[in-house]
Design a protein around this ligand. Structure first.
Ligand SMILES: [Zn+2]
Length: 560
């Protein structure tokens, strides 16, 4: 790791670099600005133009601003120690870096006038939060070097000046200079070349929709990747990039992948990022990441992950994010849960409707198990707000279950119609926006359901249900009572299996979305004496039976 020290030298900040490299000139007090009064331009970054040298880690990080107000300085987030050679509408500009922001100043512009800024940055080989955030090189399973540059939610400042708010959608152009042997991938429409690879996203001409920085600000490279067209369906050319030892594509069924693309585009509309969708295997921390048109998958798939077919599940999950997360993004960091819930749930629906028997059941079993250990609500309301790295693992299981429980209450068509409505237009959406879309699709007030299961502070309690039966002849009356220390009543429709010695029946005990009572009951027919009952044999609700020992899940959440 480089260590930096700054000294003030008569108008120039010099940053000394302990590795012995040339000192970087990071700022100058007045040079380039037309007067000494800093008047901030307020506005959003609408476009990024990022020229990166893979070998040196140096980038010329450019961006365009939509200036809502005029001024002569613009501040952008930056989690790097300094910038060099800043320009403001093509002219040399001053730049100062402090408090995780770069302030760049030039000649005064009027509101609505064009503003293009560039700054030189050098990205250290360093990762953050024990994740792949930052710039890293790792050995792949065939002995090649996988190089990854990515920011995640709130992290694009590790790569250059940017607006890290996840709600912002922008266009991008990447130009990567690299060794001729490198195979470089970047989000959007890809133009490979020997020693130079470019990508364009959201710039018109078939380059697709806009995207947030958390997924679009990323590059990946591996000299051992082999490009292999896999299948074409629903206007999408699926292409795999794997190293020779990679087995992801070989374990996937092209007809099933094609069927999935036909199904998901039928539900959510045409694929938003051009005509090509790339999947690349790599040694990553997560099972997958949804860079637009450029999905990175764990190189060990399908032999890692908790699903019956983890390769297909991860492929579907990241593909669903092209709409749910990329084209339509999250309104805030705390709204992260809806994009994972939606990617998980829609993958489950396809498993249930068009994949081999048992696949969807394994997904439910996994979600319901890890949900018992969740330490945060799907949409945390804690004060102060938890950091994303502290709560994101808690959303995968409960997020999928949030939808499955609603399926039991409202029916799958209403849930799918709500998701369809929620994702119709690009933009930024909150978890509460999702609630409203589901309400419009179902004609049902879902505030009590969301307030019980989705919004909340602290560790969610595991809903507890006492089950009692009484039998007269072949009629078994099943009574379920919610017994929760918080006195919350959880909207749900439960399946209780009533077992005799040789046969069984399932009672559907419906509390509704807003239970008026802690008790609900149902009657089923069983032609022999009741021996025992089983709570949720298909794992379609989060909960446990009163008096049963609290069990911890034997698996942990797998982020993807
Ligand atoms: Zn995901």
């Amino acid at each position: 790791m480089k260590r930096f020290a700054s000294v003030w030298l008569g108008g120039w900040w010099l940053v000394g670099c302990a590795t012995g490299a040339e000192p970087e000139r990071t700022s100058e007090s007045t040079f380039g600005a037309d007067d000494l009064t800093h008047r901030p331009v307020s506005g959003n970054i609408t476009h990024y133009d990022y020229a990166f040298d893979l070998a040196t880690g140096h980038a010329t990080a450019g961006f365009e601003v939509h200036a809502a107000t005029g001024g002569n300085c613009f501040s952008a987030g930056l989690q790097l120690p300094g910038v060099t050679g800043a320009t403001w509408n093509g002219a040399a500009a001053s730049a100062t870096v402090a408090s995780n922001a770069a302030q760049i100043c030039g000649t005064t512009i009027a509101s609505e006038a064009p503003l293009t800024i560039t700054a030189g940055v050098t990205i250290p080989k360093q990762t953050f939060l024990n994740l792949d955030i930052g710039f890293s090189t790792k050995r792949d399973m065939s002995g090649g070097n996988f190089t990854y540059l990515m920011g995640w939610v709130g992290g694009c400042g590790h790569l250059g000046p940017c607006d890290a708010a996840p709600s912002r959608l922008a266009s991008y152009h990447f130009q990567v200079t690299h060794a001729p042997t490198e195979v470089v991938l970047c989000p959007g429409a890809l133009t490979p070349g020997v020693g130079m690879t470019q990508c364009s996203l959201g710039m018109g001409g078939g380059t697709g929709a806009l995207a947030p920085t958390y997924s679009a600000f990323a590059l990946a490279s591996d000299p051992l990747w082999q490009r292999r067209p896999f299948v074409t369906a629903a206007g999408v050319d699926v292409v795999f990039y794997e190293v020779p030892a990679g087995r992801i594509a070989s374990f996937l069924d092209p007809a099933s992948v094609a069927g999935f693309l036909t199904w998901i585009t039928g539900l959510l509309g045409p694929y938003p990022y051009g005509t090509e969708l790339r999947y690349a295997g790599a040694p990553t921390r997560w099972l997958g990441f949804e860079h637009p048109a450029n999905i990175i998958l764990d190189q060990k798939l399908p032999f890692s992950g908790p699903y019956q077919d983890s390769g297909m599940h991860a492929l579907m999950h990241e593909t669903i994010h092209q709409w749910a997360g990329d084209r339509t993004t999250i309104a805030s960091v705390l709204d992260f849960g809806w994009k994972e819930a939606t990617a998980e749930y829609l993958a489950y629906v396809f498993e249930d409707e068009q994949r081999p028997d048992g696949e969807a059941a394994v997904t439910l079993q996994y979600w319901s198990a890890v949900s018992l250990d969740a330490a945060h609500f799907i949409r945390p309301t804690d004060q102060p707000a938890p950091a994303l790295q502290d709560f994101y693992l808690d959303v995968y299981g409960p997020g999928g279950m949030m939808y499955v429980q609603l399926e039991s209450l409202l029916g799958r068509p209403a849930v799918l119609a709500g998701i369809q409505r929620f994702l119709t237009d690009p933009g930024a959406r909150s978890v509460d926006d999702l609630r409203q879309a589901l309400e419009l699709a179902s004609g049902t007030n879902l505030a009590p359901y969301f307030n019980a299961w989705v919004f909340g502070a602290g560790k969610p309690e595991v809903p507890t249900f006492a089950i009692a039966t009484s039998q007269v002849g072949n009629q078994v009356h099943v009574t379920v009572t919610q017994q929760n220390p918080t006195n919350k009543r959880y909207g749900c429709k439960l399946e209780i299996e009533v077992r005799g010695a040789t046969t069984s029946a399932v009672a559907l005990v419906d509390f509704g979305v807003a239970p008026a009572s802690a008790t609900a009951s149902a009657t089923v027919t069983l032609a022999e004496p009741v021996v025992d009952t089983v709570f949720e044999p298909r794992h379609r609700a989060i909960g446990r039976v009163a008096g049963a020992p609290a069990v911890r899940a034997s698996v942990t959440p797998w982020p993807l």
